[in-house]
Design a protein around this ligand. Structure first.
Ligand SMILES: O=C(O)CCC(=O)C(=O)O
Ligand SMILES: [Fe+2]
Length: 320
């Protein structure tokens, strides 16, 4: 998998095809559904704590095997088996105008616990975005063109000073992790505390206490070239439900001509192979949360176009 010998002065390694395209798509879906304003201009992020805080803790599940595989690889590569904890896991997207100058990842007093970095590329330079090349200041390799599934791992100290060129078009998406030898910086401890506060201690009497909060509407839309050529466009929440085998059903006539984002926040039910399922959901995100939980093993297929079917009393929203 590795294509270079590691230089002692600049301990780093590139791992080609570390993630499958399906894993990358699954993480991209989570990011499109859940991300929030990130740590730099034109950057959006989805951290595991953000997923818990927005009642989407179940979406942490796909991260876990990837995180463990990466930690093992970093430990094996840098000879520190069983010594590391994961300090941070997050999806980060860089849109046009985003960049970062020369830096090392432990370059602030409050970042000194970071020992190793892993960046996995979830989409590709030249296909999904332009610009956004990664450079190491010294040593080899010097420049990395992000390619879907590839990962780069390196020490977080001054031996691996690096930068990212400005993204000039499209969106560059990464899964970024930092690992620490200091077990007091284990992100799991913080996540479990958050889970306790946000999920386990919520009263069962409070209806919809686990309702996911919608992000801004444009987070759910595919860009025009990925969307259908139908007027109505393409919404990733519906795409996801469809990939899991569901259609969306409304118990009263809906005006499908109105704003789709508003429609998707209306109470609804799921239909499967023309069978209406009993459970009533508060909105489409709520149904998605449930469908994801039940079917978290189901593979994600890039979703197809959807269409309104008004033959069924204008109540069924179905993908075609
Ligand atoms: O996304 C990358 O390739 C690296 C990002 C980076 O340097 C950072 O987040 O510190
Ligand atoms: Fe960095």
């Amino acid at each position: 998998m590795a294509d270079i010998e590691m230089e002692e002065d600049h301990p780093r390694l590139i791992l080609h095809n570390f993630l499958t395209e399906d894993e990358c798509k699954e993480l991209e879906f989570i990011h499109k559904s859940c991300s929030t304003i990130g740590y730099r201009p034109n950057v959006f992020s989805t951290t595991l704590s953000h997923l818990i805080a927005t009642n989407s803790a179940h979406l942490i599940i796909p991260f876990l095997p990837i995180r463990d595989r990466l930690k093992e690889k970093v430990e094996e590569t840098f000879g520190c088996e069983y010594e590391l904890v994961t300090e941070f896991t997050g999806l980060i997207s860089w849109s046009r105008g985003a960049s970062i100058g020369w830096h090392s990842d432990d370059n602030r007093p409050y970042l000194k616990q970071r020992d190793f970095t892993a960046v996995c590329y979830l989409n590709s330079y030249g296909k999904d975005f332009e610009g956004g090349l990664f450079h190491f200041q010294d040593g080899e390799p010097k420049t990395i063109a992000p390619m879907v599934g590839d990962a780069v791992i390196y020490t977080a100290d001054g031996r691996n000073t690096h930068s990212v060129d400005e993204v000039t078009s499209g969106e560059r998406l990464t899964l970024t992790l930092w690992f620490s030898r200091d077990s007091s910086h284990d992100e799991d401890a913080k996540l479990i505390l958050l889970l306790e506060e946000n999920v386990l201690h919520k009263s069962n009497n409070v209806p919809w206490s686990l309702l996911p909060l919608p992000a801004s509407d444009n987070m759910y839309w595919f860009s025009p070239h990925q969307a259908s050529n139908q007027d109505i466009g393409f919404d990733i929440r519906l795409g996801r439900l469809h990939a899991l085998g569901f259609d969306v059903y409304y118990s009263r006539d809906m005006n499908f001509g109105s704003d789709l984002s508003e429609l998707l926040m209306e109470p609804m039910q799921l239909a499967r192979r023309d069978q209406l399922l009993d459970h009533k959901f508060v909105n489409v995100l709520h149904s998605l949360q449930d469908a994801n939980l039940k079917l978290s093993q189901t593979r994600f297929n890039p979703a197809r176009r959807f269409d309104y079917h008004d033959h069924n009393q204008r109540r069924l929203l179905r993908l075609v």
